[in-house]
Design a protein around this ligand. Structure first.
Ligand code: NAD
Length: 433
């Protein structure tokens, strides 16, 4: 099938390359001409495991092409995926301007039957809005809008797209459902549950999904904070909780709060949807507020151990909001760095992948180091912020020799406290002794 994909970010590029892998002919469209130029040169503008190889392979097979030409993009595909960004507006609601731009172009240039598939995360009512917009531009438009939210996670986006837990379709007509099934053919030969529903339900599923995961993380962080007070170990608590099949162990790792381009923005967007519909979503308000507070929690621990931060040097291991991504959007590391700098501390950072992205935000404010070892030189404490694999098995005994004071704040609970202490360090975790 000929498929166009609008937006070549995390979702769009993974969608385009993965659908090409299924044998479809793909044209990826982006208004960012620089990005398109890079992609044509084989440069992937962000880090996502396995994506470069997938793009390369399908470029060679001539199944994956790129263009900045909107009209060409609309005319090319029988199916048009809308994968553009939906960032937060000031009030927390989703900025739909990019999504509506694409719908507008489709309304303007499409002459034949096509389906416009909204894959971006959008508030309930958006597919309806897109359909209305298309008909306003061309009352005879044969285009049908479908909602098909995406559930992939950065860091494992390629494999998530290939092996989703579910595929959700929201449409208003049978033909659109069957075309979408053709798009995903090959994936659906194996057992993957497909949920066919209406537009608003499909859109709501995505927000409910992300808001629930954000709540689950906040829940275990709250438990961790209480564990700190009563001397319990949250790692054992969450392991035991996870053994209950009604709960499951995933997303039960206590830490310094969630970040990224999805959870914070989607919780706030759902809050705003509720507000616009005269409903006060108290639980979600608290999740958002709590998570912002949790991002400050490590600083509270640091200040308890180091009452005076002026002139002290601290090491941040990890910058990206989670491992295996270069994405710095809403990363807890940024809040911690800002706080430490405000208190007059010096900050030395190292991240295996996200340094270039972080430099765009932090500039000269911190000292960027080329290795985990370099980042501890003359430092008073290691602050483990992102649980990259290379931080898991370090030789604390050796590292300690380069440091001014030997303290570890384990913001992701990846170390065994006894082992770190045996190697001469003071250990502070999240919700554990
Ligand atoms: P992104 O910011 O990485 O990429 C968006 C791209 O869209 C940019 O390259 C931008 O230039 C392009 N764009 C904007 N307007 C355009 C237009 N009119 N025509 C063509 N291209 C245009 O965004 P992302 O992280 O890929 O997210 C996209 C959507 O998918 C969002 O709604 C997001 O919430 C959702 N989502 C993201 C993830 C994730 O992990 N990143 C997972 C699931 C869903």
């Amino acid at each position: 099938m000929k498929i166009s994909v609008f937006g070549t970010g995390y979702v769009g590029l993974v969608t385009g390359a993965s659908l090409a892998e299924l044998g479809h002919e793909i044209l990826c469209v982006d208004i960012d001409t620089q990005k398109i130029k890079q992609l044509e040169e084989g440069i992937i503008p962000f880090y996502e495991p396995g994506l470069k190889e997938l793009v390369q392979k399908n470029r060679i097979k001539k199944r994956l092409n790129f263009t900045p030409e909107i009209e060409q993009g609309v005319i090319f595909g029988e199916v048009i995926f809308n994968c553009v960004g939906t960032p937060s507006k000031k009030d927390g609601s989703a900025d739909l301007s990019y999504v509506l731009q694409v719908a507008e172009s489709v309304g303007k240039f499409a002459q034949d039957y096509k389906i416009l598939v909204n894959k971006s995360t959008v508030p309930p009512g958006t597919a309806r809005k897109c359909q209305e917009l298309i008909l306003k531009i061309n009352s005879q438009s044969p285009v049908k809008v479908v909602s098909n939210p995406e559930f992939l996670a950065e860091g494992k986006a390629v494999s998530d797209f290939a092996h989703p837990d579910k595929i959700v379709f929201g449409a208003e007509e049978e033909k659109a459902f069957s075309i979408l099934k053709k798009v995903y053919m090959g994936r659906m030969r194996g057992y993957i549950p497909v949920v066919e529903t209406d537009w608003e339900t499909a859109e709501m599923i995505k927000y409910a999904n992300n808001s629930f995961l954000a709540t689950k993380i906040s829940f275990i962080n709250e438990v961790a904070n209480i564990c700190d007070k009563v001397g319990a170990d949250v790692r054992v608590v969450s392991q035991a909780m996870g053994m209950d099949y009604r709960i499951n162990p995933r997303f039960l790792n206590a830490g310094i709060g969630y970040g990224g381009s999805c959870f914070p923005k989607d919780v706030r967007a759902l809050l705003q949807v509720a507000k616009e519909n005269n409903y006060e979503a108290r639980l979600l308000q608290e999740v958002d507020f709590f998570n912002e507070r949790q991002k400050q929690h490590l600083l509270t621990k640091i200040k308890k151990r180091f009452p005076v931060l002026v002139g002290k040097t601290f090491t941040l291991w990890g910058l990206s909001f989670k491992p295996k991504t270069s994405d710095m959007r809403e990363a807890p590391s940024l809040v911690l760095i800002e706080n430490l700098l405000n208190f007059g501390a010096n900050v030395q950072v190292y991240d295996p992948i996200a340094m270039e992205e972080a430099k765009k935000i932090l500039g000269e404010k911190v000292h960027f180091c080329s290795s985990a070892e370099e980042a501890v030189m003359g430092s008073s404490a290691i602050l483990l912020v992102t649980e990259w694999d290379e931080f898991r098995n370090v030789d604390f005994l050796e590292l300690g020799k380069q440091m001014k004071e030997r303290v570890v704040f384990d913001g992701r609970n990846i170390y065994e406290p006894e082992v770190v202490r045996e190697e001469g360090f003071e250990y502070f975790g999240m919700g554990r002794k």
